[in-house]
Write a protein that binds this ligand. Structure first.
Ligand code: NAG
Ligand code: NAG
Ligand code: NAG
Ligand code: NAG
Ligand code: NAG
Ligand code: NAG
Length: 440
């Protein structure tokens, strides 16, 4: 396939000069909360539909906080202010959630978090009562879903993660809740918020479409036992999602595109301490079809990380010990990482077509049922680190048929030695454009 084809595909994602205002929320519009920010999607934008008119809200519900468990008061406000209202968590007030909340019934609501939203640390209660999801055995304190929901306010969402990191040391299988789950939301924004110390991932966006996330600040600050699995955002069964203009300081994936993430734009992120921006893992579950398609990751700064741009796919059959590490099928198509600066990153590019297996023979015993095509790594700059010097990239395709049209363009990353070599297998080296001097 020609490079121009990749670029054409990439360009289908972008309309360079277009500027989308996802919510008609100009300050001063009657009924629109003054604190609701106006969000511009840019510099790149999605061609697909994004939330546009989010009608004014005509009712305001201030939640009274400061008690040992403010969940009932918050839930009551969401019922009272649903269908056209504005739920406010006031500045200077701490709101503690001690009871699981299913907020997937929301419609035309603004959630204005000016104060601090936090959670009780009763790990037994949460493990027994959290919302449970089959996907990756995950669970949540609460989930937001419905239609046309804007979340903003400048406040803090504090997951009180340390108690969960401490629990993990004694009990690695403890069900640690995700901090913020958006499940089944059609049209919405989340912006101008600080999130700290999630027990598990910061954010999961699942079963959702037309969501814009802007100007968020995510920070993990563990004292003592280290934080675990603190992914910034994971998208799952979702499309038309924008994540932009945000700062992430964590210890796991900065953003991760899980199964069935399509039409995703991630731009202007500053990630530190993470595992990079990843496609996958895909193919983990027997018989399940996973698709990641039309993803643009633009203008990333990635520091002190395990990976820069990453794609990982499980083998085509589960291992016979855990039984949950492979057996799915699907494809990855039209994924573009454009303008990507790395500083102190182990693998600026890592493509793993047979995740978790130890060698080529073990992979051949469970050949992956995935096709990876039209992937472009463009305008990469910066320096990796000593870990794999002189190697700065590893591209491991399980077979020549599994990968098609995987390319770099203007890839300038060097290892500290000044070298820039790659480990590659089953890949068209001329097309890839890296100096493949060893087998991945
Ligand atoms: C997403 O939708 C599926 C199908 O309705 C459901 O089983 C699942 O619980 C939903 N949420 C998540 C996070 O997977
Ligand atoms: C890239 O992102 C940074 C923030 O990380 C921003 O300051 C800069 O303006 C962006 N550049 C472009 C070309 O959008
Ligand atoms: C970035 O991450 C490193 C460790 O990975 C940490 O020491 C440093 O404080 C972080 N910097 C910022 C600005 O968050
Ligand atoms: C992903 O989408 C495909 C095609 O629509 C569907 O067959 C598959 O079940 C979906 N997978 C998941 C994990 O939802
Ligand atoms: C487990 O899988 C390995 C190869 O992946 C195979 O050699 C072994 O026989 C299997 N064990 C069982 C109990 O099926
Ligand atoms: C590739 O790496 C080898 C080993 O360092 C070096 O000799 C060669 O000049 C490099 N080729 C290119 C095209 O950079």
């Amino acid at each position: 396939m020609q490079l121009s084809y990749v670029l054409t595909l990439a360009l289908q994602l972008l309309a360079v000069d277009a500027l989308t205002v996802p919510a008609s929320n100009h300050p001063g519009v009657p009924g629109v909360p003054k604190t609701r920010p106006q969000i511009h999607v840019g510099p790149k934008t999605l061609k697909t539909k994004l939330p546009r008119n989010s009608p004014p809200r005509h009712k305001t519900c201030h939640v009274k906080g400061g008690t040992a468990d403010d969940s009932a008061a918050l839930l009551k406000s969401f019922h009272e202010c649903n269908n056209g209202g504005h739920v406010v968590l006031d500045k200077g007030v701490t709101y503690t959630i001690g009871t699981v909340m299913d907020l997937t019934f929301l419609k035309h609501v603004d959630w204005d978090i000016q104060g601090t939203l936090t959670f009780t640390t009763d790990t037994n209660y949460w493990q027994a009562n959290s919302l449970k999801y089959k996907f990756q055995d995950s669970s949540a304190f609460f989930a937001v879903g419905g239609k046309d929901v804007n979340i903003f306010g400048g406040g803090v969402i504090d997951g009180k993660g340390q108690v969960w990191y401490d629990l993990f040391v004694k009990e690695p299988t403890a069900k640690r809740p995700l901090l913020f789950v958006i499940d089944g939301l059609e049209g919405g924004t989340m912006s101008n918020l600080n999130m700290v110390n999630p027990p598990n991932w910061f954010n999961l966006v699942a079963n959702s479409t037309n969501i814009v996330i802007d100007n968020m600040n995510l920070k993990v600050a563990a004292v003592g036992n280290p934080a675990k699995n603190t992914d910034g955002w994971d998208t799952y069964r979702s499309s038309s999602i924008v994540i932009q203009n945000s700062i992430i300081d964590n210890t796991d994936d900065c953003v991760s595109f899980k199964p069935n993430s399509t039409q995703i734009l991630v731009q202007n992120l500053r990630c530190n301490g993470s595992h990079g921006i990843s496609v996958g893992s895909l193919g983990q579950y027997v018989g399940v079809v996973d698709i990641v398609e039309d993803v643009l990751v633009y203008n990333t700064s990635m520091s002190n990380a395990g990976d820069g741009a990453r794609i990982k796919v499980f083998p085509g059959a589960p291992d016979n010990v855990t039984m949950n590490s492979g057996g799915g099928s699907g494809y990855v198509k039209n994924v573009v990482y454009d303008k990507y600066d790395v500083q102190n990153v182990d693998w600026p590019i890592e493509v793993t077509g047979c995740y978790t297996v130890k060698d080529a023979a073990a992979c051949a015993a469970r050949p992956p049922k995935f096709h990876i095509s039209d992937v472009l790594f463009k305008d990469f700059t910066g320096v990796s680190n000593k870990k794999y010097d002189p190697y700065v990239a590893t591209v491991a395709c399980p077979s020549p048929e599994a990968c098609e049209n995987i390319r770099t363009e203007n890839f300038q990353v060097k290892a500290p030695s000044g070298k820039s070599q790659a480990k590659c297998s089953n890949i068209n080296v001329a097309e890839l454009g890296l100096n493949c001097t060893a087998a991945a």
